[in-house]
Design a protein around this ligand. Structure first.
Ligand code: NAD
Length: 546
C-alpha cells in the first residue's frame, strides 16, 4: 500500500462504503501519479493524497475531526487509499453553523464591490492553481487531465459571472405617485448550504460558492465523500482570496451530515446536485423545514441522428458525449436514436467507439478512465448483463477490458447495446460508458420516445435541416436542447434548465436564477414630501458609495 500514514486506531475506526473485503487488493500509485500526489499533500492544508485525513474547514481553520467514523477515499484506477474523510460529529456541525451565522452578520453588510473583488481574486487564483486542482480530480475521481481541466473551467466560468454581481443585483424602483417611491431590493438569505456529487468535484462546488457569497450569504458545503480534495483546495483559495473566516465552511460526511443540513434552523437554502434518491429526500426534508431547495438529479439524455445529418460530426459528437468521463456526466448522451436510413450508420458508430483508449487519467493517450468505485462497476456490469437477459443485443462489449499497469482499476470499456424502451438498460440511469441504441422510423417516433422518458435534463438532434431542428426544439419536452451540439450545457449568463424528474425546485443553478435563489426580496414604499425639505449645507466631496 502506498504510504498510508494513518494511526492504527484511526484505521480500526475507518468505515468505508466499499469495505476493505469488497475491494480489490491495494496496489499503489505508479511513477506518474506518485510525485503529483506527494506534491499535493505538501502544498495544501485541507486535503491529502498520501494517506493523511481530510480536514473540515470551519470558521477559517482547517480542523481535524474528532469523529470515530471515517470514509476511505480511493484512487479508482488503482484502489490506492489516498485519504479519509470524517463523518462530521454533531458538535462539529454546530460549530460550522455558528461560524457561518456569525460571519453572516458582517459579510452581509460588506459592500457589493468588496464581494465582487473577492470573485475576481478567486478567479485569478483558480486559474493559477488549475494544474493542482486537476491533479486532485484525476487522483480521486479518475477522469483524464484534459477532462479535469474542463471540470474546473466550467466552474471558473461561474466565478467570472459572479463578478457581475453589482449589475445583476440591481433592484427596481419607481415613483408610484408624487413624492412616493416603491423600491425592491435583493437581500442575502443568511446561511446556505450546498451538497455535491462525485462526478464534478470542482465544477459543482463552484456552482454555489461564488453565487452564494457574492450575494452576501455564508456557506456550508458538503462535498462528495468520494472525492473531497478539489473542494478543500477551493476553500483554501477562497481564504487566500481574502474571504473572512466563516463565510465558506466545508464539512464532510454522508447521510447524517446531509440530514443535519436539512434540519438545522440557521440554514435557509440548500443547493443539491446528485442522484434521485438523495435529491428527493433532501428536497422533501429541506422544504419541510421551510428551506428553499433546488435539486438537480439523474438523467437519461437522448441524441437523435437524422439521416440528413453531417455523419462525421454526428457520430463523433455522440461517441464523445456518451463515453467522455466514462459516461459519468449528468449530460452524457446515453441513448442514440437512429432514425430511418441513419440506422445503417450503426457499424461506423461501433467502430469509432471501439477505437477509444481506456486507461489511467494521467496517461497521455487515455480517452476514458475508470468508473468511481467497484460497487459502481458491479452495478453497471449488471445492467449490461441485463440487456441479453431481456432479449436485447450487445454490439460492443466493454465488460472484460484489461488495462495494463492498472489491473485493479474499476475500468469498463466503451459498450454499445441495443435495447427496447421497456428494458432496465433503457429505463435506469446507467452512469457509465454504455450507449443504448434505439431505432425509429420517423422524427415523430423519436420525439415520442424522448417525451415518454421520465427524465428531462438534456437532449440533442443532429440534422442539416433547419425545419427539422425547429420542429424538434418545439415538440420535445426536455429542458436543455442541443442542435448539432451534443452536450448543451448553458454558459453561466443563462441558468441550468433541466426539467421533469431531473430537477426539483423552480430556480435553476447559476446565472440569473441564482441571484433569485440566493436572495430575498424586500419592497419599501416611502413618502418624502418635497415641500417639507429643509435647506442644509451641501457636501462638496466626491460621493464614493463606500
Ligand atoms: P449521490 O446522490 O450518491 O450523492 C450526492 C450527494 O448526496 C453526496 O454528497 C452524498 O453524500 C449525498 N447522499 C448520497 N446518498 C444520500 C442519501 N440517501 N441521503 C442523503 N444524502 C445522500 O450522487 P453521486 O453518485 O455522487 O452523483 C451521481 C448522480 O448525480 C447521477 O445521478 C447524476 O446524474 C447526478 N448529477 C446530476 C447533475 C445535474 O445537474 N442534473 C449534475 C451532476 C450529477
Amino acid at each position: 500500500m502506498f504510504s498510508s500514514r494513518l494511526s492504527r486506531a484511526q484505521t480500526l475506526h475507518a468505515r468505508t462504503y466499499a469495505t476493505a473485503s469488497s475491494r480489490p487488493p491495494l496496489s499503489g500509485l505508479n511513477a506518474l501519479a506518485r510525485p503529483k500526489a506527494e506534491q499535493l499533500s505538501r502544498d495544501w492544508k485541507g486535503t491529502s493524497a498520501t494517506g493523511e485525513n481530510t480536514k473540515n474547514f470551519i470558521g477559517g481553520e482547517f480542523v481535524e475531526s474528532k469523529t470515530a467514523e471515517w470514509i476511505d477515499v480511493v484512487d479508482p484506477s488503482t484502489q490506492t487509499l489516498l485519504t479519509r474523510v470524517p463523518e462530521t460529529t454533531s458538535a462539529e456541525f454546530e460549530q460550522a453553523a455558528d461560524a457561518a451565522s456569525e460571519a453572516f452578520k458582517s459579510w452581509s453588510k460588506t459592500s457589493v464591490l468588496t464581494r465582487q473583488r473577492f470573485a475576481l481574486e478567486l478567479q485569478r487564483l483558480i486559474r493559477e492553481n488549475a494544474d493542482a486542482l486537476a491533479t486532485s480530480i484525476v487522483l480521486e475521481q479518475g477522469k483524464t487531465v484534459p477532462d479535469a481541466h474542463g471540470d474546473i473551467l466550467r466552474g471558473l466560468q461561474v466565478v467570472e459571472h459572479a463578478a457581475s454581481a453589482p449589475s445583476l443585483l440591481l433592484g427596481e424602483k419607481i415613483e408610484v405617485s408624487k413624492d412616493m417611491d416603491t423600491e425592491v431590493r435583493k437581500l442575502p438569505l443568511g446561511v446556505v448550504s450546498a451538497i455535491a456529487p462525485f462526478n464534478f468535484p470542482a465544477m459543482i462546488p463552484l456552482w454555489s460558492i461564488p453565487m452564494a457569497t457574492v450575494t452576501g450569504n455564508t456557506v456550508i458545503l458538503k462535498p462528495s465523500e468520494r472525492d473531497p480534495g478539489a473542494a478543500m483546495m477551493i476553500a483554501e483559495l477562497c481564504q487566500r482570496a481574502g474571504l473572512p473566516p466563516g463565510v465558506v465552511n466545508v464539512v464532510h460526511g454522508t447521510v447524517p451530515t446531509v440530514n443535519a443540513i436539512c434540519d438545522h434552523p440557521a440554514i435557509r437554502a440548500i443547493s443539491f446536485v446528485g442522484g434521485d434518491r438523495a435529491g428527493r429526500h433532501i428536497y422533501e426534508r429541506g422544504t419541510k423545514h421551510g428551506k428553499r431547495v433546488q435539486s438537480n438529479m439523474g438523467a437519461k439524455n437522448h441524441g437523435i441522428l437524422m439521416p440528413d445529418a453531417n455523419k462525421n460530426l454526428a457520430l463523433n459528437s455522440i461517441v464523445g458525449a456518451a463515453f467522455g468521463a466514462a459516461g459519468q456526466r449528468c449530460m452524457a448522451l446515453s441513448v442514440a436514436i437512429l432514425v430511418g436510413d441513419a440506422q445503417a450508420w450503426l457499424p461506423d458508430l461501433i467502430k469509432l467507439a471501439s477505437q477509444l483508449t481506456v486507461g489511467g487519467g494521467f496517461e497521455k493517450d487515455t480517452d476514458l478512465g475508470p468508473v468511481i468505485s467497484p460497487a459502481a462497476k458491479r452495478r453497471i456490469l449488471g445492467l449490461i448483463d441485463s440487456v441479453e437477459e431481456e432479449g436485447g443485443k450487445i454490439h460492443l462489449d466493454g465488460r472484460h477490458v484489461k488495462v495494463q499497469g492498472y489491473e485493479h482499476g474499476n475500468f469498463i470499456g466503451p459498450t454499445i447495446v441495443e435495447s427496447g424502451t421497456h428494458m432496465r438498460s433503457y429505463q435506469e440511469e446507467i452512469f457509465g460508458p454504455v450507449l443504448v441504441v434505439l431505432r425509429a422510423e420517423t422524427l415523430d417516433e423519436g420525439i415520442q420516445i424522448i417525451n415518454s422518458n421520465k427524465y428531462g435534463n438534456g437532449t440533442a438532434i443532429f440534422t442539416q435541416s433547419g425545419a427539422t431542428a425547429r420542429k424538434f426544439e418545439q415538440d420535445v419536452n426536455v429542458g436543455q436542447i442541443g442542435i448539432n451540439v451534443p452536450i448543451p450545457v448553458p454558459l453561466p449568463m443563462f441558468s441550468w434548465s433541466g426539467n421533469k424528474a431531473s430537477a426539483l425546485g423552480d430556480l435553476g443553478f447559476y446565472g440569473k436564477s441564482a441571484f433569485e435563489f440566493y436572495t430575498l426580496k424586500k419592497t419599501t414604499t416611502s413618502l418624502w414630501k418635497a415641500e417639507d425639505a429643509l435647506t442644509s449645507k451641501a457636501s462638496v466631496n466626491m460621493p464614493t458609495q463606500r
